[in-house]
Design a protein around this ligand. Structure first.
Ligand code: GDP
Length: 303
């Protein structure tokens, strides 16, 4: 087993045990009637696969079983694997094209944004040989700035922060200038997840985007929406709002290791048509993996 498959298999334990493993076992037990199929569909919907994908999956497996009369578990596993894989697109290559490349991390508080900024900085250093720098653009919460500083130390990257309640756009502008001065080629900006009612979160994000485009040509190259897998359908509702208003280019699904709702990844593809770029599989610096559909599906079904 490769290292990457191992981390997907470990990280997806809950979703596998509570959802896809049950599916495989139920079908494998033979004795299937109409109720079993309804139950399977319900299990998939509970795992936040989304109603359309759950219905089409169950229908396809049902048809396969009827047509082939399969009794061999291996054949069925292979069919299920192919069907699940077909619901996902090919992996997207994460590119660093800017000078510097600016990455805006957006999402609601608690989704894992700050943690993911640190993990992404680590990943970019180890996999891309990049020189990242973190920008503390969530200036509305002092705790958020402190937490980003802790992650900066862990990932061994500089953190640019402003004074309390500084303008988030000004902090980003400073961070881009600092990157140019220090030869850093990536700026990862942690943005606010909730603002005081006077402010409008989406408007603030649009402002930060505009500042980014003035500070460096073509920026921001990536707007990554961080979604907490534990919150399932709620995260999907957030994603629709962010997609419409803040020009999201890709999704990072965090906390897959603590969630049985990993099926959400299928719903993101089917209902939002946005690429999942990375997944969070734990709380350590190295627990961020580029999303790999083959390993993801294998991790859902592996015994
Ligand atoms: P923010 O408010 O969006 O910046 O969220 P934080 O980065 O502060 O994260 C909120 C909580 O989620 C923290 O306790 C993190 O340790 C935890 N967390 C973030 N990503 C993951 C993950 O992939 N797996 C697990 N198990 N916990 C995570």
């Amino acid at each position: 087993m490769t290292e990457r498959l191992r981390s997907f298999t470990l990280g997806l334990t809950r979703t596998r045990q509570q959802v896809f493993g049950r599916l495989v076992n139920a079908i494998g037990a033979g004795d299937i009637d109409g109720d079993t199929w309804n139950e399977l569909e319900g299990t998939l919907i509970q795992a936040d696969v989304g109603v359309p994908a759950a219905m089409s999956l169950v229908e396809s497996i049902r048809e396969y079983v009827r047509a082939s009369g399969v009794t061999k578990m291996d054949d069925l596993q292979a069919h299920l694997r192919a069907e699940l894989r077909a619901l996902l697109i090919d992996p997207q290559v994460f590119t660093l094209s800017g000078d510097p490349t600016v990455i805006l991390m957006v999402g609601v508080n608690g989704s894992g944004k700050t943690t993911t900024c640190g993990k992404l900085a680590h990943w970019l250093q180890t996999e891309h040989d990049a020189k990242p720098l973190l920008a503390a653009c969530d200036t509305f919460r002092a705790a958020a700035v402190e937490q980003l500083q802790i992650w900066g130390e862990r990932a061994e990257v500089p953190v640019i922060a402003g004074a309390a309640n500084a303008d988030p756009g000004a902090v980003l502008f400073d961070a881009v200038s600092a990157a140019k001065a220090r030869g850093a080629n990536v700026v990862i900006a942690d943005t606010a997840g909730r603002l005081h009612t006077r402010f409008n979160l989406m408007e603030e994000l649009q402002k930060v985007r505009r500042v980014a485009s003035k500070a460096a040509p073509g920026a921001p190259q990536h707007v990554l929406l961080v979604l907490d897998a534990i919150t399932g359908q709620n995260a999907m509702a957030q994603a629709r709002a962010f997609k419409e208003k803040s020009g999201v280019t890709g999704i990072i699904v965090t906390k897959l290791d603590s969630s049985a709702r990993g099926g959400m990844v299928f719903a993101i593809r089917q209902e939002l048509n946005l690429p999942v770029m990375f997944v969070g599989l734990g709380e350590q610096t190295e627990d961020l993996q580029p999303f790999d559909p083959d390993n993801f599906v294998a991790g859902l079904l592996e015994n």
